[in-house]
Design a binder for this molecule. Structure first.
Ligand code: PD2
Ligand code: ZN
Length: 295
């Protein structure tokens, strides 16, 4: 069973401060292997200490400090139409992609057959010897930090770097129905045994000072496509704890999620993570797209 170490304390503090609900955080911790009561205790302590000391906070009928927690009122995110085409098969540039599942709140679509087995192997082999430890954006400074909440290694590809990358980018742009120019470069990520990416948002929280440096180029992120490059025998799902949804990593398949609507609202239900890899390893390729050209 995991323990609430320094990395978990950091995760608890950051997510409580950014307005995640207690329930979603408890759910994320139990999915990561904590017992329900241990997760609940850790989350309650984090909320207690981020507003007022747990000892002095008013105690709710349930014996916790929920009444004093800084949970935001439910945000009225408006679910306008996602740009992805309707139908059960989408012709994306040079390939027919299957739609396996659609979820409306949050907007999540699971695809099959986005990449062929050969394309998956090629992306793995060309990345394997060039990986560097992944980073995350420091919410205060905007700098890229190595943190224990994200234990993967990765490599970025320049947009249009060569013929294969260009073809995949055109396919992805067609599938997401969003211009190639608005996409960040493709990133290939590798997770070894127990590797994970704890729940987070892919958008840059507007209220955090570190976000501005990132949104200066291309504006806010709008949507993500995570493509699975191998079959993960156990664990490694992409999880959406607010929605109670998990997507298994199957080679060539992908999960799309959209978090910024046409009114520039951001959807907190898209909190998501990469669950710990319990057997084997995990390779993915991600595409993040912006509201404007990313140049
Ligand atoms: O590895 C994943 O499944 C995953 C999940 C959530 C990756 C990312 N987010 C990401 O790279 O942003
Ligand atoms: Zn993510």
């Amino acid at each position: 069973m995991p323990v609430v170490d320094a990395a978990w304390h950091e995760w608890l503090r950051t997510n409580a401060a950014r307005g995640c609900t207690m329930d979603s955080m408890i759910e994320a911790m139990t999915q990561a292997g904590f017992a329900a009561d241990a997760a609940s205790e850790a989350v309650r302590a984090a909320f207690g200490s981020s507003v007022t000391s747990a000892a002095t906070a008013p105690v709710s009928a349930a014996g916790g400090t929920e009444a004093a927690s800084p949970q935001k009122a439910p945000q009225a995110y408006r679910y306008d139409d996602a740009p992805v085409a309707r139908g059960n098969t989408i012709h994306a540039h040079d390939r027919d992609v299957q739609v396996l599942t659609r979820c409306e709140r949050p907007q999540v679509i699971v695809f099959g057959n986005v990449l062929s087995a050969q394309e998956c192997s090629e992306m793995i082999e060309r990345s394997r010897h060039r990986l560097k430890r992944s980073t995350t954006v420091n919410p205060t400074t905007g700098r890229e930090d190595v943190i224990r909440n994200r234990t993967s290694e990765g490599i970025w590809y320049q947009r249009g770097e060569d013929a294969l990358i260009e073809r995949l980018e055109q396919r992805i742009a067609s599938l997401m129905n969003w211009p190639v120019e608005n996409g960040e470069g493709l990133q290939v990520l590798h997770y070894g045994p127990a590797g994970e990416y704890r729940p987070h948002f892919d958008y840059f929280p507007p209220d955090q000072p570190g976000s501005a440096v990132h949104t200066a180029r291309g504006g806010q992120r709008v949507a993500t496509l995570v493509i699975y490059l191998n079959d993960v025998p156990e664990g490694g799902e992409t999880i959406f704890p607010e929605a109670g949804l998990s997507v298994a990593a199957n080679r060539g398949g992908a999960v799309y999620f959209r978090y910024m609507n046409g009114q520039r609202q951001l959807d907190p239900l898209t909190l998501h993570g990469g669950a710990p890899v319990l057997a084997g390893e995990k390779w993915i390729m991600t595409k993040w797209v912006r509201e404007r050209a990313y140049v």
